[in-house]
Design a protein around this ligand. Sequence first.
Ligand code: MF3
Ligand code: CO
Ligand code: CO
Length: 256
Amino acid sequence: MSIHIKTPEEIEKIRVAGQLAAEVLQMIGEHVKSGVTTQEINDICHDYIVNTQNAIPAPLNYRGFPRSVCTSINHQVCHGIPGGRVLKDGDTVNIDITVIKDEFHGDTSKMFYVGKPTVKAQRLIDLTYEAMCTGINMVKPDVTLGDIGHAIQTFVEKNKCSVVREYCGHGIGKNFHEDPQVLHYGKPNSGDKLAPGMTFTIEPMVNAGKRHVRLLPDQWTVVTKDHSLSAQWEHTILVTEDGFEVLTRRPEEYWA
Ligand code: MF3
Ligand code: CO
Ligand code: CO
């Protein structure tokens, strides 16, 4: 296994796919409201990706996943399967979008809430966004993956929350998931060094309680063992000559 350095042509295709994925997250915001089912959210995203973007929703049939997006509510950590669950006031929901355009992938997720979040939920959501940014802001050539994981873990644990260990970020390109594995915990100065042209996701899953997770019998939905709230944000990142580019950036997001 080795980390594929992308050519400028490949990078442009990932950038295009990344922007499509980001646009799906912007489009779906107004639909995330009380009374809507996660199946309806899935169907709106599916229709938009297929018919408006002329792209492919990567999750559909990926290793048997039965829907086009992942929707993970409250104590669900990731890979929630859209279905009949009706969103209600106070729910938090991660929507994870992966689009394939011209054979290349863009992968990004965002936290939404229905109605007004509790103070605790808002705090977890904000802290998890900051954890992702802590990792993103470190990206530049010669930094190690261990440096990034360590910084994310340190930030999260300082805030009395925990990092899920069983799932991680990943290289991305022609493949949905490829080398390297981007752990959201680790030791400084360990693991592969970043180099220009690498593309990978940073997507920390942070629990308000303990880090342990359980897989539901549907074989996809991951939940916190202690039923504590969980949050996740995800971006697809390019390593540039002197730093990074967020390939799935939305207009409301800025990096110095
Ligand atoms: N989008 C998820 C990730 O960030 C993967 C979902 S796999 C699926 O890597 F099959 F559940 F869609
Ligand atoms: Co991902
Ligand atoms: Co994703």
